[in-house]
Unconditional design. Sequence first.
Length: 373
Amino acid sequence: MSEAKKAFKIQEFMANSPEVLCAKFSCKGQSLLATGGSDHRVGVWRNSAAYSCVANLSGPVSPVSAVTFSQSGNSEHSESIVGGDHQGILRVWDLAKQQETRRYSTSCHKAHVTSLDYHPFGDFFVSSSQDGNIKVWDLRKKTCLQTYKYQEGKEKGNPCVSCVKFSPDGRMVASGNADGTVILWDLTKGKRLHTIRHHTQAVTSIDFHPQDFILGVGSRDGSVSYWNIEVDNWAPISQTSPVRSASGVQSVVFSPNGTALLACHEQGLDVWGWGDVQLHDTVTQNFQQIGAVAISSTPAKQDLYVASFVKSFVTICSVNLNGLSPFKTASSFDARSTAAALQKPQQQELPPPRRAATERTMARINGGTEALG
């Protein structure tokens, strides 16, 4: 393992006042950053020589606790933004017009919205809440297509769903929960596929491997676990040792080629190999509360961007991944060789998803039907 490095602090600026509660980078790069806060507003910031505000979106009557961008583009002229507030209401804004275009106030959540994610191919998004529900929404029909209830959490008195994520092929949703469990939901059949009971504290972040049937999970207990989510297997692959951080792991993201998983916590960044559970490298940085992470990748360079916040201030840092192991080793970029060694089926062997197939999948979900799993 190489000597620990430092992140490069790009900029610090004041966003929502008196407190920033959430943040998210645009889906196809880091040119835009959205923040939500206790001022009941969503701010949109453009990454240039200095982060400048391009939109100040209003409408919510309570603090904004989750935001996300659409998958449609990477500029303020082609994006829409979804925001969820403490009352459980969801709003969609057209960023170019800076106008609210959708409001989901019926069949909405009954408590704080905790996480949002756009479907990778369709006009749908998923939301999670402290009320223990995961909801899939149709942007075109303005309706809730499906509600998944984490009944087990409610029975334990801790129903909060802390994070949600669509799989890369758009067929599943993974939800991380405050009791340390992770649930995989099948969008086609509208039911629970499997429950992972492993972590001792809340799951804070989840990410799907870009090529293989692997799920990475970060937890407040400080560890990261890896799971083979191939149907009828669900085998644990490995687990990292806990990080030395009071808040545990705050965010996890696989590298674009799937070689490693990047785990961010309040004291920095750890680069883990998911097959051999090797700590390849570390970056030391005081990130405080991490709101968003994203990777900008070109053939010549890969950079990790981290947006963290304290009270009303947002700090943007970058990490040059080409200077870290295993990315600076050319042979390490071959993720397929790692997968072959572990004999894991690869997702790219599946037929490529198409919009029509996606719409048929979502059409099979009965509107508003509850799946208790």
